[in-house]
Design a protein around this ligand. Sequence first.
Ligand code: SF4
Ligand code: SF4
Length: 315
Amino acid sequence: MAIKLHVGERNNDTHVGPDLIKPIVTCVKHKDALPFLTETSTLYRGRRSNAVDHIIQAFDHGFTYEKTGAPFIMADGLFGNSEIEVPIDGVIFDKVNIAREVVFADALITVSHPTGHPGMGLGATLKNLGMGLSSRIGKLRQHSSVKPYVDKRACAYCRKCMQWCPVDAIVEEQDQAFIFTEKCIGCGECLSVCNYDAIRYDWGVESADLQKRVVEHALGVVLNKRQRCFFFSFLIDMTKGCDCFGGRQERIIPDVGILASTDPVAIDQATLDLTARRHGDSLVKKSEPGLDPGIQLGHAEKIGLGSRNYRLEVL
Ligand code: SF4
Ligand code: SF4
């Protein structure tokens, strides 16, 4: 059983910590399952853009076997390119690129920490599934409808990207790397191997499109294990930016509690409703008032990922 979490970028102190993960691991083990903690590499450069850095970051934040009771295993390999292409009946995509080990896991638990998000409005369970469990190609296809390019000011012409490009789309031009967009297949390999942060791409997919792309990848994650998925959301220490932001962030809304559901759409709808009911403004209204998270919820419902209707049981 895969347990998807977020270990937090360097110095982030609002992610869900190992002490809250351990009871989930213990519970899974009591059911005779074999849990492992898992994550994928990020597109942007940081402490989590490849498996080695990511695992070290996880350990730095206490996600060790000793503290959680489960090993930490990257779901998308060393460089984020270990993936399975999953066919889906989406509106934008007919197949999505999902981290390999998650596709092969028998069951899945996500542990999400709802926050605001500058692209999605709400970063919670749907985002944790779709962006958080897709491969590098999958992430690129969610964020960008265009191919990467080389920032000439940053390129040191080390040629590493040229050695890794699977279709030889990168050539030399005036002692710098140049990407032939006609040949590029958008795999993102060059992004992960460039040590000079010289490979760039347009993050500019507008919010509505991004939200829909993310939830279609979320569908690909759960498709082969629909009756064996469970979702937790920790409505604590909620911030304007997500846990990918390094450093301390201000808590913008008082704690609400912990939500649990078998429906990834219902749990995110409840997150918005509960934060609005308890504090006047929802988490998104307080963090990204110009964005509409109803787009991701509505699209998720439309493609059959879950329902926005729910019954709240207070334990
Ligand atoms: S890996 Fe980066 S620095 Fe090296 S040639 Fe490619 S773009 Fe330039
Ligand atoms: S995204 Fe992939 S195919 Fe395109 S230039 Fe980079 S390595 Fe080559």
